[in-house]
Design a protein around this ligand. Structure first.
Ligand code: ADP
Ligand code: MG
Length: 698
């Protein structure tokens, strides 16, 4: 019967619609269609009057007339429609599909509007609501839960609007007559008291009651999260069954000399703990695949160095790979400095700009093991770079590398893959780590070195600019240096650069030569010019560095103690946190000033509040995850791993945890899935393995 669900939908909907469904929403088979869930349900039994709207968070239905329309041409053009009923007037705002919507919503016509109101200043408006001609609208007092499906313009043109999809769903369910195979083993369904799959699917589209809907969703979320965790655990099980890791048996002279004589400060307890966790991994015979999380400034570099020394003690080479050249150079300088007195250790830097002659000299030394530690960018991945015996590869700032790039490191050795440690400076909330990097083991540095003073963060509206300039003068008088950062978003690059230029001019007028020196850098400058301006700032010659986000990573100027972020409402939380991390590195009290326009949306207001309230990177990324949803967070978009339809990794964290425990339990007992009761799970994996080669994922 499985074939029934895998059947193409053509014969049910006709070829033309089938093509559109595949193109627009990637629905090919009956199963794809069944898993195209409604995004919400409409209570079609009630209308709300415009003057009765008082809250933001619920979907409502209003009925009235279009009384005005205007296309506002700004950075992002939008269509603003004035919509009125007998009790009041509201605005419908559209940012996408302007032409089509403008044609569909006719002046003087009556419509039914479904949507979620947003509070703006003191009134409510609707962003991208659904609408339907009142004359075509059929009110149905029975349909308290009619499903609403997302559709596209092209779908609507072929009668595949929400109602059209709903009709097709009815046809499909009639055709299947309950013949939908179970995907989970019976013992799981019983243990967790889940609805059978066929009932859950029927109820999620056409629920009898809120309780039915809840149970249906619960079952489908469980299924989704369970298979996600099950795949991660299966990957881990396969990896650990191979028993193919280098064994770093002992700690020797390199580590001990450095630790006892040259360590510049006492390690924090968190640093000690993660080193222990990593050491245990490196001697148990399995290849390590570990994610090391730690906030900006938590001291990951030192951890990396210490474990590389252990690799060296066991006669292996170590490598550090970074996403940018600036970071590679910084690590190279730091590590060379720290190992100054240990002349037996040879370190090399290898990046895209390493001169050909220099490269030619280095490569043989890397290949014969003369060089012990190699630090570089993805230039390390080139085929010409061969190691003698790479035992440990460390990847800094993981989110900028794709999985495919990482796996190339594995091939640097003929015999066995090196141990892999992935370090990330953007703290990832545990829930996200569990879902995206569920197959990696995780260590966390949850403590900053002592003596760090939190950066004092203040929010000013535009009318605070004079106060801001006074404050900057005061700080410069004390000898401090200042960053002023402007957003630069690709889509509006020209306008943004204009903003930067105008900002620079305004600052230049208020901070004139010869008393003040100002620099400006942005991505369009030539590398030499960037470096030159950066040098002036590092040497303390310039007082103010006006920049775009090019300074987000890698820049380390301890005397810079003030970070001014312009148009702060346009930055994401993690970016604000990274930028703020550029100050607070020296001994001086540091400040971060967030400048915004007077009009803030609810979300940007929340982001600013979070920044003013906390400097804890984990708290910030939790908040970020809540505000934006996981899809957007650094790295997850590219990784494509998080592809959840119903489950929410924050709200459904308890289910996810339980699923993880369950998956671990099953695979411990039956690692090769040979028990008859696990046949469905084995089939699932076999189907999915065809698409993914697990041995390649680090
Ligand atoms: P990140 O985790 O962001 O990579 P770094 O490794 O660059 O952080 O460390 C940030 C700063 O903290 C560096 O200047 C480093 O020398 C310093 N540092 C690291 N560990 C300690 C420690 N245990 N005590 C004091 N300072 C430390
Ligand atoms: Mg770092």
């Amino acid at each position: 019967m499985t074939n029934l669900l895998k059947t193409k939908i053509d014969f049910l909907v006709g070829e033309k619609k089938a093509i559109i469904l595949e193109k627009e929403i990637n629905v090919k088979t009956i199963e794809d269609l069944l898993y195209y869930f409604p995004y919400r349900y409409i209570d079609k039994s009630t209308f709300i009057n415009i003057n009765q709207i008082y809250r933001e968070d619920v979907y409502i239905q209003i009925k009235g007339k279009v009384v005005g329309k205007e296309i506002v041409k700004s950075k992002t053009p939008r269509l603003v429609v004035k919509f009125a009923d007998e009790t009041g007037i509201t605005e419908l705002v559209f940012f996408k599909g302007l032409k089509w919507i403008n044609e569909s919503l006719k002046l003087g016509q009556s419509y039914v509007i479904f949507g979620k109101p947003t509070k703006f200043q003191n009134s409510f408006n609707f962003a991208h609501p659904d609408f339907e001609l009142l004359s075509k609208y059929v009110s149905n007092p029975q349909e308290k839960f009619s499903p609403m499906y997302n559709t596209t313009e092209r779908m609507k043109n072929t009668f595949l609007n929400s109602k059209g999809i709903s009709k097709i769903m009815h046809i499909v369910f009639n055709y299947l007559k309950g013949n939908i195979d179970e995907s989970l083993p019976n013992y799981i369904i019983e243990k967790y008291n889940l609805l059978p799959r066929n009932v859950a699917l029927q109820q999620v589209h056409f629920p009898f009651s809120p309780e039915h809907l809840e149970k249906a969703k619960n079952r489908l979320k469980f299924e989704e999260l369970f298979f996600m965790q099950f795949e991660h655990q299966a990957t881990k099980t396969t990896r650990k069954s191979k028993n193919n890791g280098f064994v770093f048996n002992f700690v020797g002279k390199n580590f001990n000399d450095f630790y006892n004589k040259y360590l510049p400060f006492t390690l924090t307890n968190a640093q000690k703990r993660v080193i222990k966790e990593i050491r245990a991994d490196m001697k148990n015979g399995y290849q390590m695949n570990r994610l090391l999380q730690g906030d900006v400034g938590s001291g990951k570099t030192l951890v990396a160095l210490l474990i590389i020394l252990i690799a060296l003690d066991n006669r292996f080479q170590g490598a550090i790979m970074t996403p940018t050249e600036i970071l590679a150079i910084q690590h190279f300088n730091t590590i060379q400095n720290l190992l100054q007195k240990m002349s037996n250790i040879r370190i090399a830097l290898l990046t895209g700009s390493t001169k050909v002659s220099e490269r030619r000299k280095l490569l043989p030394y890397i290949a014969d093991g003369t060089i012990n530690i190699v630090i570089g960018t993805h230039a390390l991945l080139e085929e010409s770079v061969q190691f003698n015996n790479l035992g440990l590869a460390i990847i800094d700032e993981q989110h900028r590398f794709g999985v495919a790039q990482r796996s190339k490191l594995w091939e640097k050795n003929n015999v066995k893959p090196p141990h892999i440690l992935v370090m990330t400076a953007t703290p990832i909330p545990r829930t996200l780590a569990m879902s995206v990097y569920g197959d990696l083991d995780v260590s966390v540095i949850n403590e900053l070195p002592p003596g760090r003073k939190p950066v004092h963060t203040i929010h000013y509206y535009e009318n605070g600019r004079l106060r801001l300039f006074d404050f900057m003068r005061e700080q410069i008088k004390k000898g401090r240096q200042i960053y002023v950062v402007y957003p630069l978003i690709e889509e509006s690059e020209k306008l943004d650069l204009l903003d930067l230029k105008n900002g620079f001019d305004a600052i230049e007028r208020s901070f004139p030569l010869p008393e003040y020196h100002i620099s400006m850098i942005h991505g369009r400058l030539k590398p030499q010019d960037k470096e030159y301006e950066m040098e002036l700032f590092k040497k303390g010659i310039t007082n103010i560095m006006v920049a775009t986000t090019v300074i987000e990573v890698g820049v380390d100027v301890p005397n810079a103690s003030v970070m001014v972020i312009e148009n702060a409402e346009r930055f994401g939380l993690s970016q604000l946190h990274q930028l703020r991390g550029r100050v607070g590195r020296g001994a001086e009290k540091s400040y971060c000033i967030l400048m915004t326009s007077d009009k803030l949306t609810t979300d940007s207001r929340k982001r600013i509040d979070v920044m003013c309230k906390t400097t804890d990177g984990f708290a910030i990324s939790e908040a970020d995850l809540k505000l934006r949803g996981p899809g957007d967070l650094a790295g997850t978009a590219q990784s494509g791993v998080l592809n959840l339809k119903l489950a929410d990794i924050i709200k459904d964290e308890p289910i996810m945890r339980e699923c993880r425990r369950l998956a671990e339990f099953i695979l411990n007992k039956d690692p090769e899935l040979l028990y008859p009761e696990n046949i469905l799970l084995k089939n699932y994996l076999d189907r999915h393995k065809a698409n993914t080669d697990y041995s390649q994922i680090s």
